[in-house]
Ligand binder design. Sequence first.
Ligand SMILES: Cc1cc2nc3c(=O)[nH]c(=O)nc-3n(C[C@H](O)[C@H](O)[C@H](O)COP(=O)(O)O)c2cc1C
Length: 350
Amino acid sequence: MDLTTPYLGLTLSNPLVASAGPLSQTLDGIRSLAEGGVGAVVMFSLFEEQLRRQAARDSRLIDAHTHSFAEALDYLPDPAGGAPHLAQSYLTLVERAAREIDIPVIASLNGADMGGWVSFGRDLQDAGAAALELNIYFVPGDLTTSGSRVIAQHLEIVTAVTEAVGIPVAVKMSPYFSAVGDVALRLVDAGADGLVLFNRFLQPDVDVETLEASTAWALSVPDEGRLPRTWIAALRRHTTASLAATTGVADGTDVVKNLLVGADVVMSTSALIRHGAGYARTMLDELEAYLERKDFADLDALRGLLAVPPEVEGNAWQRSSYVAAMERAKAIYGTLEGSTSGAWTSESPA
Ligand SMILES: Cc1cc2nc3c(=O)[nH]c(=O)nc-3n(C[C@H](O)[C@H](O)[C@H](O)COP(=O)(O)O)c2cc1C
């Protein structure tokens, strides 16, 4: 079956995309993902902090040796014993991947401030990146930072980068805005060609033995896919920008769910880490089997079937869906023995 999928103005062979993660850190890794069957690869992110550290080292090097900046950039590895020149290695990897691998390679920048995104975005375009994904990871830990300032900073970054580059730009955004849909549409107005819903945020756990906060990064579980699906369904009929679903995509059924609510592409990292790059083919086979079993002629026949209809009043729709779900849950759990004492257990029916 033809699974050809438009994403950010690119044409992908199918809607499954490897999201930014550790499997794209090497050319071999990117090649395995392509051979595994994904339609595109988003490379691991280059972090704003890495670019800044590197720039500081470069300028120290120039001061110390009165070398030109170009000479300093050629200096590999770092004389301080740190990593090789990260920005340069990243560009080289993008360049080689774009040349040698025949699926689109999307570069990823991760930061919260304007930093060097504009100039580095241009470098990534020149290196052959098919598109850019901006992961704007801005947690307002300073409690005096206002919501409007957070949004303004997002919009500034997106405006500056999209004005500077000619390749498509997607924004991997946070689900933690008071009005997610409004921010999403404003990001599109600012120039984003697509939105990646959602970025996953660090939520430390507590180790009661060591009395430390644990920042171990867990792979996702399928239930986490509900949050991006909720917002993709809400947004689908209100924007023509590309929508990518990321988080909790464990198998072909999760791919189908995200397409049904209106995602253009469905991304995966945790599942590909767990099962290997070749698992992409399994997920795609499951997608195709579903399409055939349900008699869908193609992806267009399926995509967005469960999106929130455009004519409904959105706030009332969200509220009435919630009330109906609560009523159903009370009917189910209210009949359980012990439920009056609030004793829900993991064995309670879902
Ligand atoms: C080990 C690991 C490394 C990751 N590195 C990045 C990264 O460099 N940039 C980024 O935007 N997302 C990164 N992610 C997030 C993934 O791209 C993805 O959005 C997230 O894991 C949710 O998708 P999943 O449920 O399929 O894993 C990383 C995830 C994991 C597990």
